[in-house]
Design a protein. Structure first.
Length: 364
């Protein structure tokens, strides 16, 4: 009987210590216990390809112009490649040699009067992996800013990403933080007004962008003065009217570019463009160097979210939400309660089993 009492006392002491450890250092609960949001997203690889072709088309056109002895009519980026129209078929050999030397990532397809360039399959796969990796990194930074404990951000399959946010139940806010591309560009305005009137002035160096409501249109220079990549930080502030706004500071490189552009273009409008929509287009009054402000009739929450995504950086491409699930906290609470009940029952059964074992062994 003495051994039985000692074992029971030892069991109670160990159980008490275990409970104390758990209470002093609580376990971070996952989505299944705490509730939260689960999303499956898919980065738009085709859009990334289009952007890559557009970027390379400019480089190829510049290289051809620098060489000087290849006559081409046009270099046109397309959804599935780059089309180069030759003025003279006899220039094909020189063009092919230039492309093979300076642009080895591309396959060259010769057609009548033109050349089609497409990224090699291995290069497309490398681009896809890079886009997925960068998307995960940016999402992790954004979600860390929200203070979510133990989020899950992982690649599933060949081109999808699973995002789990324990404790977050506002699906609208979560999608805004996760899904917004947040591509910030500051571009010089050429003109503004109705879309139809501006289309006549559209050239390859300009693009047409709408305001937030799609009412007013802006003809802006394609090449931005600075982008979100030039930001050192972003923070919530207020504008001259006391309304919520987002302030930003620039890197040394961004400060130099911004300073030169604003000094040379005093009196012109500068469009603040977010995800291809003009937030505002103030007139440049003076030279500006290392900081600025984005105003756009934001609510305090909208300004906070914008500052978060700008600090974390832009996504490399657009993303599509394939699946969204909200797990209510009641489900997690039920699971926890069931686990506690199971633990108590197990403890009682263990004590009874211990007593039964000693009784049947003839110990009294």
């Amino acid at each position: 009987m003495k051994d039985l009492r000692l074992n029971l006392i030892l069991l109670l002491v160990l159980t008490s210590i275990s409970i104390a450890i758990v209470l002093l250092k609580p376990i971070n609960l996952g989505l299944d216990l705490k509730g939260g949001i689960s999303m499956v997203i898919q980065p738009d690889i085709n859009y990334s390809l289009e952007q890559e072709y557009e970027r390379y088309a400019k480089d190829i056109e510049r290289k051809i112009r620098e060489k000087g002895d290849i006559k081409v009519l046009d270099v046109v980026p397309q959804k599935d490649g780059i089309r180069i129209e030759l003025l003279e078929e006899s220039d094909y050999a020189k063009l092919s040699a230039l492309l093979e030397k300076d642009f080895p990532r591309f396959e060259i397809v010769r057609q009548k009067g033109e050349v089609i360039l497409r990224l090699k399959e291995s290069e497309i796969e490398q681009l896809k992996n890079g886009v997925l990796t960068q998307t995960i990194e940016v999402l992790r930074k954004r979600i860390d800013e929200l203070g979510v404990v133990q989020p899950v951000i992982t690649r599933i399959g060949s081109d999808r990403i699973l995002v789990e946010l324990p404790g977050v139940l506002d699906i609208k806010k979560a999608k805004s933080i996760v899904g917004r591309t947040a591509l910030l560009e500051l571009k010089l305005v050429v003109d503004s007004g109705p879309k139809e009137a501006l289309q006549e002035k559209l050239t390859r160096d300009y693009e047409l962008l709408p305001d937030q409501k799609g009412v007013e249109w802006f003809l802006v220079e394609k090449v931005p003065v600075i982008t979100g990549a030039d930001l050192k930080t972003a923070y919530v502030t207020t504008d001259e009217f006391g309304m919520p706004a987002v302030g930003f500071e620039l890197t040394d490189k961004g400060s130099q570019a911004f300073s030169e552009a604003t000094e040379k273009n005093i009196g012109r409008r500068l469009a603040i463009v977010l995800d291809k929509r003009v937030i505002s287009a103030p007139v440049i009054r003076t030279k500006i160097s290392d900081r600025g402000q984005i105003s756009g009739n934001f609510t305090p929450e909208e300004a906070k979210e914008l500052a978060i995504v700008l600090r974390a950086g832009a996504l490399p491409t657009k993303v599509e939400f394939l699946q969204e699930t909200v797990v209510g906290p009641s489900l997690g609470r039920d699971a926890i309660e069931q686990g506690i009940r199971a633990g108590i029952i197990g403890f009682v059964l263990l004590v009874l089993l211990l007593i039964f074992r000693y009784k049947t062994s003839g110990i009294t």
